[in-house]
Ligand binder design. Structure first.
Ligand SMILES: [Mg+2]
Length: 328
């Protein structure tokens, strides 16, 4: 059954705007953003996802929806912002087999995450395309004015921290593609981490006033560390043995040390990498406890402008640093 644009909006998307001030039930030409709470500023971020590039064409549509939302929420968290709402542009192939059930699942995925993260759909557009499923989410959040977390701001002498665990998603992708043999039942968690990001929306705002610089790890820990190093004009030294791994990821690395490369460069972690003064260690640990996520000190900030991954002896990881690591 074909659905017209208005029917699509009415049936699947308008209910998602319920409770959003200024969205007018998606019945008007545009939405209103209220003035942000006194002393705060709007933070805006946008991400586009294309089937075949960012997800598989036959991925369940509820997961596609949640991933699209969550990569944006992760960017808001990286700025220290509290999520508020989002707009959505969706292009569906004309020849999609069952658009009604695809949209049904998609809207259910959005609804579940709206409830989880306390956000609403503010507006959007839904069109047909001769290409693959393509969607774009623009997310809005608020941050205390002038106190947003930037990539610039890390200073020599700062500690370097990361939230959660690193590498689960990279190993999960390899498990899902059959590129890596399963090592036990915990592997399902690795695949889950790949399929559904867990943005650190509680930790990000809690780091405002504590972190000197922050970003979310999407490209890979080492690549994203380079982004911070460049923007801050510093060197970041990462102690490989301090990088937190889940029990499942550790089991894979114990079996095959070469997988440490995937862990450190694989990406899709959606953890927060941040720098902070050593004098703030206690406050950071307490803030993370309140946010319900572990944080780990993985290194330090030094003068210079590069990223070094060092072993327990303090020397750049042998073999890795030269050969396969050159592309950093
Ligand atoms: Mg980011």
């Amino acid at each position: 059954m074909a659905l017209g644009e208005f029917e699509r909006i009415d049936r699947f998307f308008a209910p998602l705007s319920r409770g959003a001030d200024g969205a007018f039930g998606l019945t008007d030409d545009a939405a209103l953003l209220p003035a942000p709470p006194i002393g705060t500023a709007w933070v805006v971020t946008v991400d586009a996802l294309v089937a075949g590039i960012h997800f598989l064409a036959d991925d369940p549509s509820d997961l596609v929806a949640r991933k699209a939302l969550r990569v944006n929420l992760s960017d808001l968290a990286a700025m220290g912002a509290q999520p508020y709402g989002y707009t959505l542009a969706l292009a569906l192939p004309k020849d999609l087999a069952d658009p009604v059930s695809w949209l049904q699942g998609f809207a259910e995925g959005l609804g579940a995450d709206q409830a989880q993260y306390g956000i609403h759909l503010l507006g959007g557009d839904s069109v047909s395309t001769t290409g693959p499923v393509t969607l774009s989410v623009t997310a809005f959040g608020t941050v205390p004015r002038g106190r947003e977390l930037r990539r610039a701001g890390a200073r020599a002498g700062d500690d370097l921290w990361v939230s959660g665990t690193i590498g689960d998603s990279a190993l999960g992708l390899r498990l899902q593609t059959g590129d890596l043999d399963s090592s036990g039942p915990g592997d399902a968690d690795l695949v889950d981490r790949y399929r559904l990001p867990q943005p650190r929306t509680a930790l990000g705002p809690a780091l405002v006033g504590l972190a000197t610089a922050a970003l979310d790890v999407s490209d890979g820990l080492v690549q994203d560390a380079r982004h911070m190093a460049r923007r801050s004009g510093v060197s970041l030294v990462i102690e490989a043995s301090a990088v937190p791994l889940s029990a499942s990821a550790q089991r894979h690395v114990d079996r095959s040390a070469a997988l440490l490369h995937d862990v450190l460069t694989g990406g899709d972690d959606y953890e927060l990498l941040f720098a902070a003064l050593p004098s703030r260690r206690g406050e950071i640990v307490r803030a993370a406890e309140r946010a319900g996520i572990a944080v780990t000190r993985i290194g330090r900030v030094e003068a210079g402008e590069d990223v070094r991954v060092v072993g327990v002896d303090g020397r750049p990881l042998g073999g890795l640093d030269r050969g396969g690591w050159d592309h950093f």
